[in-house]
Design a binder for this molecule. Sequence first.
Ligand SMILES: *[C@@H]1O[C@H](CO)[C@@H](O)[C@H](O)[C@H]1NC(C)=O
Ligand SMILES: *[C@@H]1O[C@H](CO)[C@@H](O)[C@H](O)[C@H]1NC(C)=O
Ligand SMILES: *[C@@H]1O[C@H](CO)[C@@H](O)[C@H](O)[C@H]1NC(C)=O
Ligand SMILES: *[C@@H]1O[C@H](CO)[C@@H](O)[C@H](O)[C@H]1NC(C)=O
Ligand SMILES: *[C@@H]1O[C@H](CO)[C@@H](O)[C@H](O)[C@H]1NC(C)=O
Ligand SMILES: *[C@@H]1O[C@H](CO)[C@@H](O)[C@H](O)[C@H]1NC(C)=O
Length: 529
Amino acid sequence: MTLLDTYLVILAVASFANGQFCEHQWEGKFADHKVDGVPYLQAVDNVAPPPLEIRPLIVTGPSDNRVDLIFLGDGYTEAEKEKFFSDALFLAENVTDGQTFNDVAPLMNWWAGFSPSAESGVGVGGQPLDTVYGLYRDGTELRGVYYDKPEVARAACQSTDACDYPILLGNDPYYGGLGGSFTVITSSTVNGPAILRHELGHSIINVGEEYDGATGYFGVNSARTTSSVPWTQWYSEPETEPRVQRSNMPIQAYTWSLLNTTTAYSSTFTSAGTYDNYLVQFSISGVPESSDLLVQLDGVDLKWEVFQGIELDRYIYNLPFNASLAPGEHRLTFTLLNPDREGTAQLCNLEVLEYGDENERFAPELGYYGLYPTYSDRNGTTYRPTNNDCLMRWTYTVDFCSACIEGLWWALLRPLSLIDQVDQVAQASGVTNITLELLPVAQFRDVPRPSEAYTIEWFNAADSSPLSQWTNQTSALISQSIAEVDVVVRFWTAQVKIDRDGVLVQEERIAVKRCGTETSYPRRSLVEN
Ligand SMILES: *[C@@H]1O[C@H](CO)[C@@H](O)[C@H](O)[C@H]1NC(C)=O
Ligand SMILES: *[C@@H]1O[C@H](CO)[C@@H](O)[C@H](O)[C@H]1NC(C)=O
Ligand SMILES: *[C@@H]1O[C@H](CO)[C@@H](O)[C@H](O)[C@H]1NC(C)=O
Ligand SMILES: *[C@@H]1O[C@H](CO)[C@@H](O)[C@H](O)[C@H]1NC(C)=O
Ligand SMILES: *[C@@H]1O[C@H](CO)[C@@H](O)[C@H](O)[C@H]1NC(C)=O
Ligand SMILES: *[C@@H]1O[C@H](CO)[C@@H](O)[C@H](O)[C@H]1NC(C)=O
């Protein structure tokens, strides 16, 4: 081993020991990850938090009854402070404005916390720069971005009550990130939003991957067998299931090959020749022009074209072909044509998928829910709900599939109360006006949704008799002869078919105020103790 190799091995071991994994991999359920019995983010390191200037980005309610996400900037100097806040706002708006987290946005608050870094950017070659949290890449390849100072990030998180999901935002224009206790992303314009929503999918919903060639497949979007499917409620044609969509993955690899003009990169694979059509997927970085690179299958130009404006950043390309591959060996070739790109042009990964035949269909259409095989790095099969409808599989898709959205509601509602606040005004006439403030969904959204509704029922707690005249009212006039009322709030949304954890029902006992005073108390978050 050379000195550099030794160093890289030590680094890899150190990263593993810290619980850091590659981008698109993830260490387990976010807040449940414990160190010596203490939730990871609550462990105390005796490290002073960095000075944090926190600004609200999108705030929908009190932190104690919202899920708070906060961007913590790394590699932004004092002079780049406004760039940090504008990068963070761009990202928060991108994943909530009409897409991704749009439906659940009233349950979330987004914040940005700035601490100046001495140096600008993120480190490469395993070496962090002099920055607040010490973000760096392993080499130069555009994949994982790791953190060198988790104790500082944790102290920053502990210094505010707006930090349920800390997101370390590296000041770097290229693809990269990490899922886990700290979600790591970069300010890449094209890839930043894509990686943010994907990593938060891991962190919040507690799901593994949906794309092929990974290691961790679990959660509401993954089934090991056709008889243990967690999304049967979403099947498009339940009467025909379980019916596995027919596909095959004849080749898949993370190559990370630096391309040169002397020798083309090529790889061979074998097709059984029994499928109707196929897809070639690959990702490359450092190739800004279509004329820089020739991509061929069996010597035929696949007419690859660069994603406009990508410059040197990484991009994932999917080229579908409506033809069957002939039985036998095939060769996929990547020829670098422009010598000026040597040193940057990199083939990150490649994959070929084959689909369906006349007897056994493969349903490619968006919105179809069934059983689609997903292939791991060792070609093991699990199943997913849709072909490419979920951003956990298809990086540039902006939305989750229905199974993940249902899981998202479960995960976000679990620590919250449907009731934000209870106000009471005891009137001289002997009645008390009790008013509930509910989470701003259903009719309390800025634009109310017919696909959501609240049902509200009031009861005299003494004998459980219903106080029907106040049904579905957020306020009720209660006689002070009633000591306590029970209120049952139910939230209904078409996006949750099964209320597995009872998160759609909230029952609250309220002592009726008698004196002529006004009281209000906020609901406490259920996870606090
Ligand atoms: C989100 O960001 C992507 C990538 O930069 C951009 O193409 C898209 O228009 C943005 N969408 C929204 C809603 O901001
Ligand atoms: C995966 O297994 C299938 C079925 O045996 C085979 O046809 C395919 O070539 C394998 N793919 C890889 C990448 O090993
Ligand atoms: C050029 O690329 C090919 C294919 O990746 C590789 O096998 C070869 O070693 C490279 N040559 C140089 C000089 O780096
Ligand atoms: C694929 O080709 C078949 C037969 O040539 C044709 O019937 C079908 O419509 C094509 N599908 C698409 C998506 O173009
Ligand atoms: C209360 O609201 C729910 C949801 O909109 C509705 O289904 C129910 O009929 C309403 N009940 C009454 C008594 O209006
Ligand atoms: C109770 O008080 C609230 C807030 O002032 C008011 O909006 C509501 O109309 C009152 N409720 C009744 C039933 O009078």
